[in-house]
Design a protein around this ligand. Sequence first.
Ligand SMILES: *Cc1c(COP(=O)(O)O)cnc(C)c1O
Length: 405
Amino acid sequence: MQERFTGSFTQQEPIPEAGIAAAMEVLQHGRLHRYNVTEGELGETALLEQEFAQLTGAKYALAVASGGYAMGCALRAIGAGPGDRVLSNGFTLAPVPGAIASVGAEPVFVEVTEGLTIDLVDLEAKIAASGARVLLLSHMRGHLADMDALMAICDAAGVAVIEDCAHTMGASWRGTPSGRHGVMGCYSCQTYKHVNSGEGGFLISDDAELMARATVLSGSYMLYERHAAAPTPEVFEKIKYVTPNISGRMDNLRAAILRPQLADLAAQVDRWNARYRSIEEGLRNCPGMQLIERPNAGVFVGSSIQFLLPGYAPDQIEGFVSGCAARGVELKWFGAAEPKAFTSRYDSWRYAPAQRLPKTDRVLAGLIDMRLPLTFSLDDCATLARIITDEAMILSQGATLKAGE
Ligand SMILES: *Cc1c(COP(=O)(O)O)cnc(C)c1O
């Protein structure tokens, strides 16, 4: 009998008991809106921001409605607008170019390396060719570029870096938390990320004026003094008349659910990485497969795993993916011609000017991606690795036969 996997790739862990209790309290007192507080009270959202600032070491933190909102808000705060060009990764998820489009700017896509990080040589070339002043850098699937080299390039060229840390909450590069290299960092609290409030996001920065703008943009009205991780009121005085309110606040119910999860984050990262390493070990000697090494300079969060199957034809990879699916293993392939579910490619974002990224095309053609929810046990991970290895074997044998025809 062929081994089959029966776990769910989309099932998350329950919200911690402390989060459920705190949420019940919010429901009982009914003050769900973040600015609906009693005299002297710091609501759950303000406390959450304070704790997120502490966790990342940022001076300021703002909780918002989603990760996508955080990115759009950061771009607005920095002044990116209609007609501007904004650099970003050719390999990322749809909300990233979507955030650029939301301010009327044009995405300029940068190539990806085989390590799944932004190609720094192409970045330099595209900075020069586009005249862009902003890079919305996506740490897609938690792969961190050499952040020292990247920041040196961007600083020298006067390019501001906004980090998309949807997959790097809890990660760091040479001891600096992800999101603290650029001028602003954006995070997502959506169900499939590292903390789960259904929807939600964060923005962090050390720049007082940017964060005052982001706060008013997010819909603070003139109630910004009810924040505990925001700049001082004098900074708001400078910007409050000229900054529009584009509502995208976090509410106290979600914040209540998130606070205990933030407190648990480091332990959860360890659990994710144990699962990741187990699968990685299991796939080490898989024929025809190229694993993507995680550099030692960083702490990553193994909430998903990627590998390359270079040199196979599209129909062969399709066969591999459907062979795994038939055995309960849900993989995503970034080389498919048509966008599917959460997975799309730069050439399906046709609101952006058409661009050619030959290196990215080559990488994506063989790129497979698998989610690792914490509901998987270490035994599950061993099963997954065995099934994938099996199917990769079939794939490589089929390819050998075909070549010998
Ligand atoms: C999920 C995600 C986002 C946006 O997060 P939402 O909270 O869903 O808006 C941004 N970037 C990447 C890479 C993501 O995976």
